[in-house]
Each structure stands twice: as structure tokens, then as C-alpha cells.
Design a protein around this ligand. Structure first.
Ligand code: ATP
Ligand code: MG
Length: 774
């Protein structure tokens, strides 16, 4: 069993403990995910049927990677029937087969955040509620938190405390809105993300025979990143594992960063209470990062009060110090990062995939994208507006959703007049009001247009437009019975007029929209092929739609391309990169303005900082800007308190600090929160070294004598030319570059520093170099 050989002692212990409750609580990079993976392999090697194993991961991508690794040990055939995926994807699948218990169609639609927000806005409109007072996003967050705590509409209505609390918060209509929203989703045959967990809980508690079936099936349950499970997820895991108690969770309380989404750090802290016989294993050796990185991370996280004390060390090289760059502006910061990546790529042979740029909020990406693009550095932004959130994609997907579930009125209204076919808002509103009055779906009204027509008050023109639209949808549905997903989608894109509509727009944006639709088609073909290869694959349209509703952009990573990764720290959890740029280290940005008023919030921000830092294997760069373009204006920024929490012995400053110290104008002092809160401290040891930034001229190297121009002899040797700094030249071996410095210290041997596009900077003696000016 070779796979056991690479494990250290506690890892081995965890992997080979096959039965009973087991918790691995350990710091970042200590091999928790690796242990989980190897443990599954070990279970299978020891004769456990993979069919009886369920593994829950943080992303679908992580699940895929684990499966590949397991397949290497136990063979592909064995790994095939493993159930692995995120909570949402696994339980969406279960709900699909059991939907009838809950009165849902098995082809229910999954609403993403935007879909559910749209439904919510309609509910607010229907109830005549002012959206300034009840901001839809805020209402959405509130409902989501109820759902994640298993507070159903009925539970809410029976809970005077909750009702009073909402009244005090001037939100007395929340209960009503919640009720209408749930009704509307139910009528649409749709579940939002939170429903996937809430309804699973409902299924398992209300129908003991269903629970028993899944308990029997999932005899071995494993959960990665357990610290970020919410109450709803916790209960599902608990219910499913309560018969056999073969439950293994791995996590790190210091990396719990999803409390805003209801994650409950106490799930991990209370594991021992739930399972008094549980075995706990701790892992102390970090295999990912250099000693400097691990030590720096330890020092910072030690400030948090609420945590298990852990000892984490690294046996890797000591490594470079963390480099800190102070930028003048957000653009300057982005240029520094792009330059640094470019230089390291050229000088140190680093691949672009070796780099990650991590930030606190999605809005920070643009400056980095601009800077990278200018340097032709390939990059990929994860999260944010994902591919499937783009309007043209959502439009086509809405058609497809309608084919699968015609009661999905959210989808129906999205496409009924898109592309425009003369079914305007007035007509749509009349349809909605009528459907509501009859308590039927919009699809039902359209199915029975002939009967309802006299009551709707539409003229013949409108009636025939509605009938045309609906018969087109029906025709697609018929086609779906015999043709595959790809063919149907192609037909939809064309016959609906969508493609033509997009193609008519010949602007670059318009063209890229058409390309995106093409990309969606490609991904469909890929999906069909993939499903056909799987033992229990399902190439149907509803399975495709489920797949995209639950895909995070992170899951779509094209593995083979060499590109820099840009993502929020939240998304970077569990990943690792040789070089990490942690950017925007400023007060009010990180820690975030929204999350620095209580100890709990600040501790969560600090955990986030810890997660970011521990993604790095070899090198970390911190950067901050002293002014930043934010909310439409330039604002002064101060360095983040987290910078001063890293011991100076682990840091090196790349440019001198102009201010004699970091002044924290926010006025927070350690007295308010107690001693775990850092006061900005004096930064005296700032190094005088300065890294080039494209906004500032490079300092001249000492002892060199710059000259304005110099002669070069053409390679043919028969003519000479003058070159100057800034000229573009070609070199036989190094290719094209730009002259950045001419040194005349030795007039006989004038040297040129040339920055080559692919080879980086080279110092050349002109009379030997054989350059051509271009
Ligand atoms: P995180 O807390 O960030 O999720 P983790 O505890 O899950 O981290 P892993 O991702 O499993 O850690 O492992 C971190 C790195 O260390 C991986 O590259 C992994 O392959 C490597 N690693 C783990 N254990 C060992 C070992 N015993 N020998 C060599 N490398 C190891
Ligand atoms: Mg991990």
C-alpha cells in the first residue's frame, strides 16, 4: 500500500482509522484534505463498497480532483460510484429523486442568487412594499439566514421573539414577505440554494423511511472544511450518520470564514460533545509553506481569542521574507503586481499559474485586470460575475429552463418578450394578475388561452403573439423528447431569434456575447460526452441545468492554461500557489469597513487574513495603496492593522515609508477591545530598496554613467546606427526588446540594458551584441 508510505504518523493514524467518529483538527497546509482523500482510498482498499461512501467538499472542483487521486489508488472502476461533491450538488441530486415527497416536481428549477432576488423583488412589488425601506438584498439575506437556521415560515410565525426583533428593526413585514416568497418559489417549482439544504432537512425529518434509506446507503461520511458548515448542513450530516456513526470531519477553526453565510464555528468546536467517543487527531506539520510564512501566519492568528490552540510548524526551507510594497494609488499597486509577475516569470522561470492575486472584495479586480492586460499576461478571474451570470447566457438558459419546467414563471417572464416580439409589459402584467386571481401558473394561462381570452381583454394581435410564443416553446419541448441537449439548445438559440438578435450587434461587446453563447454550446457538448462516460451519468437537459446552477466559476477552471489566478480570499480556501500577492491591505478595505466594529467580526477578518497568507508555498507579497479610487472618488487610505500584526522579522519593505509611522485615523485603540487588538505600530526599519513601479522612474544604478545615445554596428557589419533609451531593437537570440539604459562608464565598451519581451532584461556590450534597431 504505497499510498500510506507518504504519510506522517498522525496522518497515518487518521487514514487507517476506518470506523467510528473521527475529527481531524489542524492548521492550514497540514494535509487534512490529503488525509481525507487517502482515507477514502483506504476504505475502498479494505473492502468497503464505494457506493456506501459520501464525501462532501467545499467546491465541485475539489471533489473532482479528489476522485482522480482516489482513482489512481483504487482504479477508476472503483472510484466511479463514490458520491462526492458540495452539499448543494449532492443534496440537489437526492431531492430530485425524492421531490414527490415534498410536492415538488422532480425537474424543479434551481434559482441562483440573482433569480431569487428577482422573485423577491416581484413579491415586494405585489405587496406594495417600499424597496428603499426593505432593500431586496437585505431581505434576501434575512430570509436566507432563517432558512439556514431551519426557521421555516411556520416556525417564524410561531416565534414571537423573532417577530418582535424584526418589528424593532423596522422590518415588520418580513414574515409576510417570507411567506409570499416561499409560496412563489413553490408555485414556480423552484428551489433556491438555501432550500436545497432546508428541504433536505425537511425530507429527512418528515419521512423516516427516506432517512433510513440514505442512512443505509451512506455508511461512511466524510466532510472537508467542516468549520464552514452551517446549522442546516450540520443537521443533515448528523441525521445521516446517526445510525452507523462512521463520520469523519476535517477542518481548521482558524479558517472559519463564512459566518456571514451562517457558518457556525461551534459545529467543529462541539464535535466532541456530539460524539463523546470520537477520536481526534491533530496534525502539526505544514507541508505547504516555508517556515517564514508559517511562522508569520501563526503570530497573527494567535491574537484571536476564540480558537483551539494549535502548534503548526514547517520543516521546509526558511524561505524569503514577506515583501511589502507601498503604492501611491490602486493603479500603482496593480502595476507593481503585474511588473513583479512579469519579472519573476522571465527571470525565475515561474509559470503564470504559479501566481495568485488575492483580494478582499470583487470590486478590486478591475485595476489588476487592466495592468495584466497591458502587459499581455494571461489571467483568469474567479467568482464575481461568473460565466453563467452573463445576461446572454442567462437568457438562453431561461429558455432551456422553461422547456424543462414550464411553471418556472421567472424564466418565462425573462424570455416571453426577448428578443422583442410585441408582448410588452402591460400584457405581461395583465397575465400575471390574471394568473394570480385564478391561482394558476402563467403556463396554465398560456395553455388555455382560448378559454381565458375573453377574460383577459387582449386584442387578437396580442392573442396571436402569445399563442405563437407558446407554441414555439411547446415545439421545443417535443423536440427534447427525441433529440439531445445540444441539438435542442441550438434550435432554441436560432428559432427564438436570440442568435440573430445578438449577431445584429456588431460592437466588440456584441461579438463577445455571440462567442459566449457558442461557448455555452461547447460546454453542453462536453457535458454530454462526460455524462456518457459515467456509470450513472445523466445527459438530460435538467441535469445540465442543475450542473450550471450549482457551478461556481471556480469549478470551471481550464486546467491546462497558463494563467494568473485572481480571486477573493474566500474563494481561495483549500487552494495553494507558489507565489501569493495579497493586495489592498488597507484599513476599511481589509479589515473590511463592514466588519470591524465588533470583536467577532474582526476575528473573522483576521482568520481571512490567515487563510490568505497560508495559501502561499514560497513567496508572499503584501501591498497597499495610500490613496484609492473608491465609491466614485479618490480617498486616502491607511495601511491595514494586519500588516502591523506580522512580526517585523518576517517582513521586508520594498520601498521606504514616507510617513514616520502608520497613523491609524480610525481611532480604534486597543482599549476598546482588549489586548488582542493591535495598535498601529511604528515602522522604523523600512528598507531603502525600491522596486520599480511603472508610475515612477526607476532609480539609476549607482556607479553608472548614463549616456543619451550610442552607436551600434548592424549585424551585417557594414553600417552603423544611433540608438537611444526607449528604442526598440532586435537580437538574434533574445528577440525584440526595448533599450532601458545606456551606460558609458567605459566609453570603449558602452553597455546597454535591454528589456526583451520574452527573455527579460539583459546587459549587453554594444560592440558585440549585434543589435538591429527596429
Ligand atoms: P488547508 O487547511 O489549506 O485546506 P490542508 O490541511 O487540507 O490545507 P492539504 O491541502 O491536504 O492541507 O496539504 C497541503 C500540501 O501539503 C499539499 O500540497 C499536500 O500534497 C502536501 N502534503 C500533505 N501531507 C504531506 C506529507 N505527509 N508529505 C508530503 N507532502 C504532504
Ligand atoms: Mg484542505
Amino acid at each position: 500500500m504505497d499510498y500510506l508510505k507518504g504519510l506522517n504518523e498522525p496522518q497515518y493514524e487518521a487514514v487507517t482509522t476506518l470506523h467510528g467518529p473521527l475529527m481531524v483538527l489542524a492548521g492550514a497546509g497540514s494535509g487534512k484534505t490529503r488525509v481525507l482523500t487517502m482515507r477514502i482510498a483506504h476504505l475502498i482498499t479494505n473492502g468497503i463498497d464505494p457506493f456506501n461512501i459520501l464525501a462532501l467538499t467545499f467546491t465541485n472542483k475539489a471533489a473532482k480532483e479528489m476522485k482522480l487521486r482516489i482513482a489512481k489508488v483504487v482504479g477508476e472502476g472503483n472510484a466511479k460510484s463514490l458520491w462526492m461533491g458540495t452539499f448543494h450538488s449532492v443534496f440537489a441530486r437526492i431531492l430530485r429523486s425524492e421531490a414527490h415527497y415534498l410536492g415538488f416536481p422532480s425537474n424543479f428549477t434551481i434559482y441562483d442568487t440573482q433569480d431569487s432576488l428577482n422573485v423577491l423583488k416581484k413579491v415586494l412589488k405585489d405587496l406594495n412594499i417600499d424597496q428603499e425601506l426593505y432593500k431586496p438584498k437585505k431581505v434576501q439575506a434575512r430570509i436566507s439566514s432563517y432558512k439556514n437556521n431551519l426557521i421555516t415560515v411556520r416556525a417564524y410565525q410561531n416565534n414571537p421573539e423573532l417577530i418582535e426583533a424584526d418589528e424593532r428593526a423596522n422590518m415588520k413585514y418580513i414574515g409576510k414577505i417570507y411567506e409570499k416568497y416561499v409560496e412563489q418559489c413553490f408555485r414556480n417549482g423552484a428551489m433556491d440554494f438555501d432550500d436545497l439544504l432546508l428541504r433536505t432537512n425537511e425530507l429527512l425529518t418528515r419521512f423516516p423511511e427516506v432517512l433510513a434509506r440514505y442512512q443505509d446507503r451512506f455508511r461512511y461520511i466524510l466532510v472537508d472544511e467542516y468549520q464552514d458548515t452551517n446549522h442546516s448542513q450540520y443537521l443533515i450530516v448528523k441525521a445521516l450518520s446517526s445510525k452507523f456513526e462512521n463520520i469523519c470531519v476535517v477542518g481548521d477553526d482558524a479558517q472559519s470564514i463564512y459566518s456571514f453565510r451562517g457558518a457556525n464555528i461551534y459545529n467543529i468546536l462541539n464535535f466532541k460533545k456530539d460524539y463523546p467517543d470520537a477520536k481526534t487527531v491533530s496534525l502539526e506539520q505544514n507541508y505547504r509553506s516555508t517556515q517564514n510564512i508559517v511562522n508569520a501566519a501563526n503570530v497573527v492568528i494567535a491574537r484571536n481569542k476564540e480558537q483551539f490552540k494549535k502548534n503548526v510548524f514547517s520543516d521546509n526551507e526558511v524561505g524569503d521574507k514577506i515583501k511589502v510594497f507601498r503604492a501611491l494609488s490602486d493603479a500603482d499597486e496593480a502595476n507593481f503586481v503585474a511588473n513583479n509577475i512579469w519579472e519573476q516569470h522571465n527571470a525565475n522561470q515561474r509559470k503564470f499559474t504559479d501566481f495568485a492575486i488575492l483580494y478582499r472584495t470583487n470590486s478590486q479586480t478591475r485595476a489588476f485586470e487592466d495592468a495584466l492586460r497591458r502587459k499581455n499576461i494571461p489571467y483568469r478571474v474567479y467568482g464575481g460575475l461568473s460565466f453563467y451570470q452573463r445576461k446572454e447566457i442567462k437568457d438562453l438558459v431561461a429558455y432551456l429552463r422553461l422547456l424543462v419546467n414550464e411553471n418556472d414563471s421567472e424564466a418565462l417572464l425573462r424570455v416571453i418578450n426577448y428578443p422583442t416580439r410585441g408582448i410588452g409589459e402591460t400584457t405581461q402584467n395583465k397575465l400575471i394578475v390574471f394568473a394570480d386571481s385564478q391561482n394558476v401558473s402563467l403556463a396554465n394561462v398560456l395553455d388555455n388561452l382560448g378559454i381565458y381570452a375573453p377574460h383577459l381583454g387582449f386584442n387578437n394581435g396580442v392573442i396571436s403573439k402569445l399563442a405563437d410564443f407558446w407554441s414555439m416553446i411547446k415545439a421545443f419541448q417535443v423536440m427534447l423528447k427525441t433529440e439531445n441537449v445540444y441539438t435542442v439548445a441550438m434550435e432554441v438559440a436560432q428559432r427564438s431569434g436570440l442568435i440573430k438578435f445578438l449577431k445584429d450587434d456588431q460592437t466588440p461587446e456584441g461579438i463577445s456575447r455571440v462567442e459566449n453563447v457558442q461557448e455555452l454550446m461547447n460546454s453542453m457538448q462536453g457535458f454530454i460526452e462526460e455524462q456518457q462516460q459515467l456509470e450513472d451519468g445523466d445527459p438530460s437537459l435538467s441535469s445540465f441545468l442543475e450542473n450550471i446552477a450549482l457551478s461556481t466559476d471556480q469549478d470551471k477552471k481550464s486546467e491546462n492554461e497558463d494563467q494568473v489566478s485572481l480571486m477573493t480570499i474566500h474563494l481561495s480556501k483549500g487552494l495553494e500557489f507558489p507565489v501569493v500577492h495579497l493586495v489592498g491591505l488597507e484599513e476599511n478595505l481589509f479589515p473590511s469597513f463592514m466588519s470591524s466594529s465588533t470583536r467577532e467580526e474582526l476575528e473573522e477578518e483576521r482568520r481571512l487574513f490567515y487563510v490568505a497568507l497560508t495559501r502561499a508555498e514560497k513567496q508572499v507579497f503584501f501591498s497597499y495603496a495610500v490613496s484609492r479610487f473608491q465609491w466614485g472618488k479618490i480617498t486616502d487610505a491607511e495601511p491595514s492593522r494586519f500588516l502591523s500584526e506580522v512580526d517585523e522579522e518576517y517582513i521586508e519593505f520594498l520601498n521606504p515609508v514616507v510617513e514616520s509611522r502608520f497613523v491609524n485615523k480610525s481611532g480604534l485603540s486597543s482599549d476598546i477591545f482588549g489586548d488582542n487588538f493591535s495598535e498601529p505600530r511604528f515602522f522604523k526599519k523600512a528598507e531603502k530598496k525600491k522596486l520599480p513601479s511603472s508610475d515612477e522612474p526607476k532609480p539609476l544604478p549607482k556607479n553608472l554613467k548614463p549616456v543619451a545615445s550610442a552607436k551600434i554596428i548592424n549585424p551585417s557589419g557594414n553600417s552603423s546606427q544611433d540608438i537611444e533609451v526607449g528604442d526598440r531593437v532586435r537580437h538574434d537570440r533574445f528577440g525584440v526588446g526595448e533599450v532601458v539604459f545606456l551606460d558609458g562608464t567605459d566609453p570603449e565598451n558602452i553597455k546597454a540594458k535591454v528589456k526583451f519581451v520574452t527573455e527579460g532584461e539583459k546587459n549587453l556590450i554594444l560592440k558585440f551584441a549585434k543589435l538591429t534597431k527596429i
